[in-house]
Design a protein around this ligand. Structure first.
Ligand code: BTN
Length: 306
């Protein structure tokens, strides 16, 4: 019903009365009003007056019916604490692979190493659940697949020269555009689910809290549709995930990384390592050549290029 009202409003350039809408749909005016309210919650700009309703913009709305073929997988919330929490509950209840929990804004958006992730209106914040048939020790491949899929989406569909920074950030011109956070749960020595949380600065301005960050709007000089970013990512990510067991994903990822060859500082919860990044091994770990000729393998942490 909600998409039906939307289709009628989209096809109409003029104000449409509540009566005309209720006649066309065979429902009461109160029902029409309830669906209009729901559409507004999704972000559609529907103006109402004594004469009726008009849809004002072409709009960038993340509603299930805006993602043909994915309708049953997209769940949108105007505001949540964190999409990671909502997605974890859904995954524990058995939601299917490629279920997406997206939010207009987050009150407690989380980043890696217990940091917060500023999540104001205009950005794209979502968590996608996958259930790969991989041993838990290979779960890291999903994270590399996700960051690679996103870099390819930005390059192929938006002409943005996105690069990946170990482990999973996306940078453009050395500035951070995307952050990725993952959570995994296992059962009987198999992965039960991997939840990949992605925050993309799209039309929001992250620079007041993160001066080293950038946004798609800044890079392209125009507003960018969040729904086009999400649908592009989902197509590329799913098709790569379903191709094989991701055994070559690190090599594919390396073609897009800025990290190898750079002098870096890696902060983990306990340590700080500095050295030249010489490789990312089969296990996704960063290999550092340290002063004195020693080699250090780092499996997780936050990496700063210098
Ligand atoms: C990082 O760079 O530290 C990772 C940031 C991940 C942010 C995303 S936004 C959607 C999802 N929900 C969260 O609370 N965090 C992730």
């Amino acid at each position: 019903m909600t998409p039906d009202i939307l289709d009628i409003l989209k096809s109409q350039n003029d104000i449409l009365s509540g009566e005309a809408l209720s006649d066309r749909l065979g429902v009461s005016r109160v029902t029409v009003w309830k669906h209009i309210r729901k559409l507004r919650e999704y972000g559609y700009a529907i103006e109402s007056s004594s004469k009726g309703y008009i849809l004002k913009n072409g709009v960038d709305v993340i509603a299930p019916w805006e993602f043909p073929g994915w309708e049953d997988r997209i769940h949108y919330y105007p505001e949540v604490d964190s999409t990671m929490d909502v997605a974890r509950k859904a995954a524990r209840k058995g939601c299917p692979s490629y279920t997406v929990v997206a939010a207009g804004r987050q009150l407690k958006g989380r980043g890696r190493l217990d940091r917060s992730w500023a999540s104001t209106d205009g950005g794209l914040y979502f968590t996608v659940t996958v259930r790969p048939e991989l041993a838990p020790m290979l779960g890291y491949r999903v994270n590399f697949c996700a960051s690679l899929a996103l870099a390819k989406t930005l390059r192929d569909r938006f002409d943005v020269p996105a690069m990946v920074k170990w482990p999973n950030d996306i940078l453009v011109g050395e500035k951070k555009l995307v952050g990725l956070l993952s959570e995994m749960e296992t059962r009987s020595d198999m992965i039960s689910f991997v939840n990949i949380g992605i925050g993309i600065n799209v039309n929001n301005d992250p620079t007041s809290v993160a001066p080293e960050a950038t946004s798609l709007g800044r890079i392209t000089g125009m507003p960018v549709a969040r729904k086009a970013v999400l649908s592009g990512f989902l197509d590329i990510f799913r098709s790569r995930m379903e191709k094989d067991d991701l055994s070559t994903i690190i090599d594919e990822w390396k073609d897009y990384t800025l990290t190898i060859g750079r002098h870096v500082r890696v902060e983990t919860v306990r340590d700080v390592f500095e050295g030249k990044a010489v490789d990312v091994d089969e296990g996704g770990a960063l290999i550092l050549a340290m002063r004195g000729g020693r080699t250090q393998r780092v499996i997780h942490g936050d990496c700063f290029h210098s």
